[in-house]
Design a protein around this ligand. Structure first.
Ligand SMILES: Nc1ncnc2c1ncn2[C@@H]1O[C@H](COP(=O)(O)OP(=O)(O)OP(=O)(O)O)[C@@H](O)[C@H]1O
Ligand SMILES: [Mg+2]
Length: 339
């Protein structure tokens, strides 16, 4: 069996201890060179799936092919071809950053001189030069994550698995991390598989995503495709007071598919937000209700999640809008500088 994918998952199932059905038949294909996001709330089965793909856990059934190699048939070969950054960090605090890298190089059978050279190169890239010869236990969270990423990259893997790589990083740390991943991908054409429960991050950084929920894939596609499937914009209208309820008048406007009201605020799903807004303001004012604020948004992945699973997203809070703006600003600025 083979295929076009850098990562192919076919009906992967993992049942822990005969009881816990963590992954219930997961299939997807990740194209070579793609940044693919695996998105889902806590306990959805993300780590279990990544670990199976990365030859760290045997599936109960189903199979995975990574970089053309069937994982169950040759797990060691798969491990040689991939880099993995696990959710719980793996850097050894009692070694320096540089030693962590050199030990990792040794594990991959690189020669001492090759290992040293590559370690220095990555230390430089990860901006760890000043800290390279300090114990890793003295590193900040962000520095530790950068070190772990360097360790995962030491042997120039063709496929990189990242399990919640930006958990606990501040906006600047996140921005720096993604900026590095993007530039690395550009340089090497590496395929990147990244799990996250930050919806905004997946939206901004991944070409395609799969949403996993309760061990099953709820949807797969580019963030834009998934949002298009929802068919329309989300308009939020704040009014001067909770009564009278203008839901019926808004509902009567063309293109409106649904309305939810909370206190004095209406959330309207409709085909064309911009044309809906003036009609809504007029209709509301005819009904004696003033409009005090309006926003028009393309649906976010939150709405995508709700649509495909029927539930609100239960993942941890993602970065705030401000955090996200700061992060995206950083990335754009730095990428521009580099071109
Ligand atoms: N070793 C294990 N033994 C038994 N159950 C497990 C084991 N590891 C995970 N599980 C269970 O499998 C399910 C999926 O866990 P998994 O760690 O894959 O989720 P996740 O999506 O990575 O969650 P998080 O966002 O919290 O990291 C959960 O119900 C979890 O409790
Ligand atoms: Mg996990």
């Amino acid at each position: 069996m083979s295929g076009e994918g850098a990562i192919i998952a076919e009906e992967l199932v993992k049942v822990y201890g005969g009881k816990v059905r963590a992954v219930e038949g997961v299939s997807f294909t990740v194209r070579p060179g793609e940044i693919f996001g695996f998105l889902g709330p806590n306990g959805a089965g993300k780590t279990t799936t990544v670990t199976m793909l990365a030859a760290g856990l045997r599936p109960t059934s189903g199979q995975a092919i990574v970089d053309g190699v069937e994982v169950s048939r040759d797990p060691e070969e798969v491990k040689r071809r991939i880099g993995v950054i696990f959710q719980e960090g793996t850097a050894d605090g009692d070694l320096t950053g540089r030693e962590n890298l050199e030990v990792a190089a040794g594990c991959y059978g690189m020669s001492r001189s090759d290992g040293k050279e590559r370690a220095t190169e990555l230390i430089d890239k990860m901006q760890l030069t000043d800290a390279a010869d300090r114990y890793a236990k003295t590193y900040s969270g962000g520095m530790r994550r950068r070190l772990e990423l360097a360790v995962g990259l030491i042997h120039r893997p063709r496929v990189l698995f990242l399990d919640e790589p930006t958990l606990g990083l501040d906006p600047q740390g996140r921005a720096g991390f993604w900026e590095f991943i993007l530039s690395l991908r550009k340089e090497t054409g590496m395929t990147v598989f990244v799990t996250t429960h930050y919806l905004d991050e997946a939206d901004g950084m991944c070409e395609r995503i799969a949403i996993i929920d309760h061990g099953r894939i709820a949807a797969t596609g580019s963030p834009a495709e998934l949002k298009d499937k929802l068919g329309g914009d989300v308009v939020t209208i704040r009014t001067s007071g909770p009564t009278p309820d203008v839901t019926p008048v808004l509902q009567a406007i063309r293109g409106v598919s649904s309305i939810t009201k909370k206190d004095d605020t209406y959330r309207v799903k409709c085909m064309q937000g911009e044309t809906f807004v003036p009609l809504a303001v007029e209709a509301a004012s005819k009904a004696g209700v003033g409009v005090t604020g309006v926003s028009v948004k393309r649906p976010s992945l939150d709405e995508v999640f709700l649509e495909f699973t029927g539930r609100e997203y239960r993942g941890e809070e993602g970065p705030t809008e401000t955090d996200k703006a700061v992060m995206m600003g950083h990335i754009r600025q730095n990428l521009r500088g580099r071109r």
